[in-house]
Design a protein around this ligand. Structure first.
Ligand SMILES: Nc1ncnc2c1ncn2[C@@H]1O[C@H](COP(=O)(O)OP(=O)(O)O)[C@@H](O)[C@H]1O
Ligand SMILES: O=C(OP(=O)(O)O)[C@H](O)COP(=O)(O)O
Length: 399
């Protein structure tokens, strides 16, 4: 089998390197609230600096929809990175422009430059060929270390790789190695826990997981579409009306495949989406029409924890509730605790799940914390990630 080329396969001294990283970090009032993804990119960035490359970093932050949004500028990230690297991180306010070209041409070996949020440019998400070529003119080599965005075929994650020699960074390489090993021949029982709020992104993934896992635990905002599919009312909870039939189909498919789908049996509902809302735990059959479900309930926690304890391989993507607010953190915190205590191999995927594990001080107990939520799920489905597929292969056969 051929392998993807990595940083160690290429000459870096004096080269201009366009390095795509995933600095899509959680922000709160202009401050970085969790810098895991920045720290995870440091080995590659430092290796590039130490080997005399001129480093041009590119990342997205949030979903700005092809135009500049001041709150999503990367200036706080440049500052934060600069503190880690103990050297300046130069930055302009453009994704690509003559000024960017000029600034890049003035870089010395070992300098670091950060482009503006690439999603400010309408061509980024469209994987626009012209933008990909413009990115390529800035550099001699492309390094992809943005595992969290490797499932996106965008100009900076995929398109540019067709116009430059393209290799993986350390983070991308490590993620693929660890996740690949876990899935090649999964230890059983194999359990997947899915939650969070990106219902549209995650609901399709369930289909594929149903072909692989023994247990599927569903919590968080995602679960209400399933609860509705069972015929219960969900009040003001997050709901994807047009996915209800799909959810019904999944419940049937699970039965056919012998997979146990476990939905919440009770949920914490609130009369308001706020830190000081009134809350109560109710069975899923009794969600009041003007309340919304914002965490799994205590009985569900017990049920989920037992399954986690008995599993040999567990993957977790998406919090069980709005864990950012103390009154809705119990489900996520308890699932994190169960994962920390199980003897099974634990893989955490996703920005928010990873930051929850960090917040509740269980990070050290996990076997692998992936920096990609959607990316790790798609990888685990067996899908080819466009950001990985576009990288060059080494011309030698490896065992
Ligand atoms: N019941 C719920 N209703 C609304 N939002 C929820 C609910 N449960 C979890 N969330 C929110 O989901 C967000 C994380 O979702 P998502 O981005 O899909 O996860 P990840 O980043 O781990 O992939 C968190 O900010 C959390 O507050
Ligand atoms: O945060 C990310 O995805 P994740 O929440 O699935 O981990 C990545 O940076 C990709 O972002 P996107 O889902 O806006 O393309």
């Amino acid at each position: 089998m051929k392998r993807k080329m990595n940083l160690r396969d290429v000459e870096l001294q004096g080269k201009r390197v366009f390095c795509r990283v995933d600095f899509n970090v959680p922000m709160s009032e202009g401050e970085i609230s969790d810098d895991t993804r920045i720290q995870a990119a440091l080995p590659t960035i430092m290796y590039l600096i130490q080997n005399g490359a001129k480093v041009i970093l590119a990342s997205h932050l949030g979903r700005p929809d092809g135009k500049p949004v001041d709150e999503l500028r990367l200036d706080p990230i440049a500052q934060h990175l600069s503190n880690y690297l103990e050297q300046p991180v130069y930055k302009t306010d453009d994704v690509y422009s003559e000024d960017v070209e000029k600034a890049v041409n003035e870089l010395e070996d070992g300098d670091v430059f950060l482009l503006e949020n690439v999603r400010f440019h309408p061509g980024e998400k469209k994987n626009d060929e012209a933008l990909a070529k413009q990115f390529a003119t800035l550099a001699d080599l492309y390094v992809n270390d943005a595992f969290g965005a490797a499932h996106r075929a965008h100009a900076s994650t995929e398109g540019v790789a067709h116009h430059l020699p393209a290799v993986s960074g350390y983070l991308l390489e490590k993620e693929i190695e660890v996740l690949g090993k876990a899935l090649e021949n999964p230890d059983r029982p194999f359990t997947a826990i899915i939650g969070g709020a990106k219902v549209k992104d995650k609901i399709d993934v369930i289909d594929h997981l149903l072909d692989r896992v023994d247990h599927l635990l569903i919590g968080g905002g995602l679960s209400y579409t399933f609860i509705k599919a069972l015929g219960h009312e969900v009040g003001k909870s997050l709901l994807e009306e047009d996915k209800i039939d799909l959810a019904k189909g999944f419940i049937d498919k699970a039965k056919e495949n012998g997979v146990s789908i476990h939905l919440p049996v009770d949920v914490t509902v609130a009369d308001d989406f706020s830190r000081d809302a009134n809350t109560k735990v109710v069975p899923i059959e009794e969600i009041p029409s003007d309340w919304e479900g914002l965490d799994i309930g205590t009985e569900t926690v017990e049920k989920f924890s037992k399954i986690i304890e008995d599993s040999k391989l567990i993957i977790w993507n998406g919090p069980m509730g709005v864990f950012e607010y103390e009154i809705f953190e119990n489900g996520t915190k308890s699932v994190a605790k169960a994962l920390a205590e199980t003897e099974g191999f634990t893989v955490i995927g996703g920005g928010d799940s990873a930051s929850a594990v960090e917040k509740f001080n269980y990070a050290k107990e996990m076997d692998h914390i992936s920096t990609g939520g959607g990316a790790s799920l798609e990888f685990m489905e067996g899908k080819v990630l466009p950001g990985v597929a576009a990288l060059n292969e080494l011309d030698e056969e490896v065992k």
